[in-house]
Unconditional design. Structure first.
Length: 387
C-alpha cells in the first residue's frame, strides 16, 4: 500500500509522504490525495468535482498533464468547475445546471464564457474592476522580520524575515505557490501558528503578541480561514448563530443571551452583505458556498476589526458570488478596514489589490504596486528561489 501510494504521488508529481496523517496536510495537498485516490481505482469514468479549487497554477498544469494521460488511455472524465477558463480549455461538451435543473448542453465551440456565465446565474454579471479613488490612510499594521520556525524540517523555517506594512483602507494581496507560506503568514498574525513566531508585529503603533485568536479578536484582528467547512463554519448552528457567535457578550443581558438582540444583529448583517438565505434561523449548511463565506465575513465584521485577514476567500464559489465578494471587499476597504487577502489565482489578486506581496518558500521575494502588476512578474517572483 505504501509503494502503491508513493507511485500515485509520483505520477501526480507531488511530494506527499504516504504515512502522513491527512488532517495535517494543507487543503491543496488534501485535494491531491483525493485525486490520487480516484486514480487508484483505475476507473473508466472519472468524475472530478472542482479538482483545482485549492491548487496553484503550477499544480493545475500538473493535473492537466495527468488528465491528458487519462484521456489517452480512453478514460471518460466529467469535469465540474466554476473556472470558465478551465472549462473551455478541457471540455469537449459543456452542460450547465442551475438550481438543480438542466439548462443546456452544447459543444465547446458553440458558446462563449459570457454566454455561459449568463446561463449559470440567469442574468448578466457585470465584471468587477478595481475602482479608482481608493486612498489608503495611515499604517495600521507593521510586520518586522517575522519568522516562523519549522521544527524537524530540512528547511527549518516556514517563514523567514518577512517585513511589510498595511494601511487603513488598503487591500494588500499575498501571492505564492503552494507551500510558500501564505496561510502561515495569516496564522502568525492571528495567533494560530503551529509554533510561536519570531519578530515584531505592531498594531496601531503598539507591539502585540497574540497567544490565541481571542487575543487577536480583542485587539481588532479577524481571520476568514482558507478551509471554510472545517475551520470556518459551525455546521450544527443556524445562520443567526454562525453570524453572532463572536459577539455574544454584546447580545447578553445579565449574562443571558438575548435572542432578540441576536436576531436583530443577524438581520442587519444579512442585509448589509446581501446574504441569500430563507432567514436567520435557516441551516447554514443549506446556503451556497458564496453565501456561507459571506456569513463568516459577517461574523467577523460584528467584531468591528481594524484588520481583516482573508485566506483564499473565493475558493469554491461560483462566478456570481465571486463578483459579489469582490464588491464586499472593496466596500469594507473604503470603510477604512485594512485587508490582507491571499489567493491561488493571480488574476483575482490583480483585480482586488492595491499592492501585492509575493512569497517563495517562506521568504518575501517581491512587493508590487498596482502599476507594476502583471501575471508574468508575479509568477517570476513566486518561483525565485535564490535568496
Amino acid at each position: 500500500m505504501q509503494r502503491a501510494a508513493a507511485t500515485l504521488f509520483a505520477e501526480l508529481e507531488c511530494n506527499i509522504r504516504p504515512d502522513q496523517p491527512v488532517r495535517r496536510l494543507r487543503v491543496g495537498d488534501q485535494q491531491l490525495v483525493e485525486i490520487a485516490k480516484a486514480l487508484s481505482q483505475d476507473a473508466s469514468i472519472l468524475i472530478m468535482d472542482e479538482p483545482t479549487s485549492a491548487l496553484t497554477e503550477a499544480e493545475v498544469e500538473r493535473l492537466f498533464r495527468i488528465i491528458d494521460r487519462l484521456l489517452a488511455r480512453g478514460v471518460t472524465i466529467v469535469y465540474i468547475s466554476h473556472k470558465l477558463d478551465e472549462v473551455f480549455r478541457r471540455s469537449d461538451r459543456i452542460t450547465v445546471l442551475r438550481d438543480g435543473k438542466h439548462v443546456r448542453t452544447m459543444a465547446r465551440g458553440e458558446t462563449s464564457p459570457r454566454e455561459l456565465t449568463h446561463l449559470m446565474v440567469g442574468r448578466e454579471i457585470s465584471s468587477f474592476h478595481h475602482a479608482e479613488g481608493r486612498q489608503p490612510g495611515d499604517v495600521v499594521l507593521e510586520v518586522k522580520s517575522l519568522s516562523l520556525p519549522w521544527t524537524g524540517h530540512a528547511r527549518s523555517w516556514r517563514l523567514r524575515n518577512v517585513s511589510f506594512q498595511l494601511r487603513r483602507g488598503e487591500v494588500l494581496g499575498v501571492a505564492g505557490l503552494m507551500g510558500a507560506g501564505r496561510t502561515e503568514l495569516l496564522e502568525c498574525l492571528f495567533g494560530t501558528s503551529a509554533e510561536p513566531p519570531e519578530g515584531q508585529i505592531v498594531l496601531d503603533g503598539r507591539d502585540v503578541q497574540f497567544a490565541s485568536p481571542a487575543d487577536a479578536k480583542r485587539a481588532g484582528v479577524a481571520l476568514v480561514t482558507e478551509d471554510r467547512k472545517r475551520l470556518g463554519l459551525f455546521p450544527q448552528l443556524n445562520v443567526r448563530e454562525n453570524i453572532t457567535v463572536c459577539m455574544l457578550e454584546e447580545a447578553a443581558t445579565a449574562s443571558l443571551i438575548s435572542a432578540r438582540k441576536e436576531r436583530q444583529a443577524a438581520r442587519e448583517s444579512i442585509s448589509l452583505l446581501n446574504i441569500k438565505t430563507p432567514g436567520p434561523e435557516a441551516a447554514v449548511t443549506g446556503l451556497s458556498g458564496g453565501n456561507q463565506q459571506k456569513a463568516i465575513i459577517a461574523r467577523w465584521l460584528r467584531t468591528r476589526p481594524k484588520v481583516l485577514l482573508l485566506d483564499d476567500p473565493t475558493r469554491g464559489v461560483d462566478v456570481g458570488a465571486k463578483a459579489e465578494l469582490y464588491r464586499v471587499i472593496d466596500r469594507l476597504c473604503r470603510d477604512g478596514i485594512g485587508i490582507i487577502v491571499t489567493s491561488s489565482e493571480l488574476p483575482e489578486l490583480i483585480t482586488l489589490c492595491d499592492r501585492i506581496l509575493v512569497l517563495c518558500e517562506g521568504r518575501l521575494t517581491g512587493t508590487f504596486q498596482r502599476s507594476e502588476f502583471t501575471e508574468h512578474a508575479l509568477m517570476e517572483a513566486a518561483t525565485r528561489r535564490e535568496f
